[in-house]
Write a protein of this length. Structure first.
Length: 323
């Protein structure tokens, strides 16, 4: 047999092996450090989400393992013994080193992982963003894109989100404007021109089903139709029946399936109208005085991929408007 090459390298640093019996358990060390810092089992328990008796038992286990008392139990007070003082200094030093090393490793992992996190409404996500998203990912193959589709207005920094596309009245918009919304009724082609009641005028709507999204209490289901009513000179809308949905995309899917008429939010439904899955039976596009705005977190300024995503959003919006 050949002698082992003395120049063979290893991936792990050299050092003497540390056996489990030589070290106290980490949870015992954390409880001891907190109790020694507060000189109170009760306050240590509050900090660690443990009961006072649980902290006391852990300290007893540590003392039994070490073979020496770490605290002098006085009347309504604790004091560190000489051994306790030695262990406290060592525990603080060890836990601080572990904390700092953990932070450095996590920071390295965050730096290495390229990610853009976006929050927006479910309707914008499913009808406008997701159909276009492959264009962005194709040009940014190393970027992990995370989409949170919710009606909740999230705190971007607290939620670790880079970009928000928010739907709001134009007069109250915050951030960069993306585009303004307009509305008009839309339905499946077979509903507009076929059957016993083709949609030739607004009066024909009374023979069809209203596809509506649940609105806040006190608002009419036809609230989204109001801008269109105004330009058409209509005071109200009475339709044969109603289907209610919690998400706008579901109401649109029902319209594509020929189940009724939905108010079309443009430009979200632009592709569905261009490819013929939906049609607008009446003329008259009304502005809803609402629109989509881009907001960014403080951290997005240091994320070049997030900045690229914002530029991409604006470019896609400009291309859509030009077409």
């Amino acid at each position: 047999m050949h002698p082992r090459n003395a120049n063979t390298t290893t991936t792990a640093p050299r050092g003497s092996a540390i056996t489990r019996a030589e070290l106290p358990r980490l949870e015992l060390l954390r409880s001891f450090e907190a109790a020694a810092r507060h000189l109170s089992f009760t306050l240590a328990g509050d900090e660690l989400a443990l009961t006072q008796s649980a902290v006391s038992r852990q300290i007893q286990m540590l003392e039994a393992d070490l073979g020496v008392p770490l605290f002098e139990r006085r009347h309504r007070a604790l004091a560190l013994t000489e051994a306790g003082s030695v262990m406290f200094r060592a525990a603080v030093d060890s836990l601080e080193r572990l904390r700092d090393a953990t932070a450095r490793v996590r920071a390295t992992a965050t730096t290495q992982m390229r990610q853009v996190a976006i929050t927006t409404t479910p309707g914008f996500a499913s009808l406008w963003l997701i159909p276009r998203l492959a264009k962005f990912t194709a040009n940014h193959p190393g970027v992990d894109v995370r989409v949170s589709a919710t009606m909740e207005v999230l705190d971007l920094d607290r939620s670790r989100i880079d970009v928000a596309v928010r739907f709001t009245p134009m007069a109250k918009g915050v951030g960069q404007p993306l585009f303004e919304e307009s509305v008009l009724p839309v339905c499946a082609p077979k509903l507009a021109s076929g059957g016993p009641h083709p949609l030739k005028s607004a009066d024909d709507l009374q023979h069809h089903t209203l596809l509506a999204v649940d609105t806040p209490q006190g608002m009419a289901l036809t609230a989204d139709w109001s801008p269109w009513f105004e330009i058409m000179g209509l005071s109200d809308l009475h339709m044969k029946s109603t289907m209610r949905f919690t998400q706008y995309a579901d109401a649109v899917a029902a319209a594509v399936a020929g189940q009724g008429v939905v108010i079309g939010r443009m430009p979200l439904l632009g592709e569905l109208l261009r490819d013929g899955r939906l049609v607008a039976p009446f003329q008259g596009l009304a502005t809803s005085r609402r629109g989509y705005f881009i907001a960014t977190s403080a951290g997005a300024a240091a994320n070049p991929d997030a900045q690229d995503f914002v530029r991409w959003l604006r470019t896609e919006a400009e291309l859509m408007i030009q077409n």
